[in-house]
Design a protein around this ligand. Structure first.
Ligand SMILES: [Zn+2]
Length: 283
């Protein structure tokens, strides 16, 4: 996995800005090796509670220490599904993010947000936890990673209450309409597309992908969920972000190199470029 071990099979061009890496167990080194071979230069490891966020932080630390490729950044937060545990979890997450920032690991805050589709935590608890993440992002001056499922109006209300976001942020696995996308962009947040962009019925998402300015876009796998075509229905992994990037380029009528370059620039601004020396980007 070391860069010294040889150059990737493809030039490193792609970035997966939202991956849950806790479920791969002993397979994780192979999963990351496949990402490297596919040309993925960076992955954001996203936690959904303090345990998975600590795991993501440990991965990011190890990647930096070993000069591992792909680069890993950490996002630490409490998923809306688990928001009812907010009182116990938020102080732990705050400590973790403070440490990650102090180490120059360029973390982000989340994933957080609202999920009114599954409603696994009571909605007032979801809103309280979301707001606590917004405050934490401001306090630490870090980007915010937002999950929104069937909760567009309440998500926007909380984001408007917390705006502006000088450190930026991302609407992960974006599922809103054009006006939601425009509202989020105007608040300083980026729009991230996941595997569903490759699905035959996603014409609405592709229309939004075409309309968003290049500096407002991101792409992700949200692995192990939501594998893009041609892996749909199977376990997802960071290497497959190449397919979603290709779908994004096709929707925008761009060459994939142009799209990938814009996506990499945007990811550097939110994560990897904030402490280039820590992420080996000055070598
Ligand atoms: Zn996620």
């Amino acid at each position: 996995m070391s860069r010294a071990a040889g150059s990737p099979a493809k030039p490193p061009a792609f970035v997966d800005t939202h991956a849950h890496l806790g479920g791969y167990g002993a397979e994780l080194p192979d999963v990351l090796a496949r990402a490297r071979k596919a040309g993925v230069w960076a992955v954001v490891a996203v936690g959904t509670d303090s345990a998975s966020s600590r795991h993501a932080l440990d991965l990011a630390r190890a990647a930096v220490d070993r000069e591992q490729w792909p680069l890993l950044a950490v996002s630490a937060g409490l998923h809306p599904h688990d928001a009812s545990r907010g009182a116990a979890e938020m102080p732990v997450l705050a400590d973790l993010l403070f440490a990650a920032k102090a180490e120059g690991l360029s973390p982000s805050v989340g994933e957080t947000g609202l999920d009114y589709y599954r409603d696994l935590s009571p909605r007032p608890a979801q809103r309280a936890a979301f707001w606590a993440h917004v405050e934490l992002a401001h306090k630490l001056n870090l980007p915010l990673v937002v999950h929104d499922r069937d909760a567009h109006a309440d998500v926007l209300a909380i984001l408007r209450g917390g705006a502006p976001f000088p450190a930026g942020g991302v609407m992960h696995c974006f599922s809103g309409d054009m006006s939601m996308a425009e509202a989020c962009l105007s608040l300083g947040l980026r729009i991230s597309f996941a595997g569903p962009l490759t699905f035959p019925r996603s014409d609405d998402a592709r229309a939004i992908a075409r309309a968003v300015p290049a500096d407002g876009l991101l792409v992700e796998t949200d692995c192990p969920y939501l594998a893009p075509v041609p892996h749909r229905g199977r376990r997802n992994e960071p290497a497959y972000v190449v397919h979603t990037t290709a779908a994004l380029a096709a929707a925008r009528g761009e060459h994939i190199d142009e799209t990938a370059a814009a996506l990499s620039r945007n990811a550097r601004q939110l994560w990897f470029g904030r402490h280039p020396e820590r992420h080996g980007m000055t070598r």
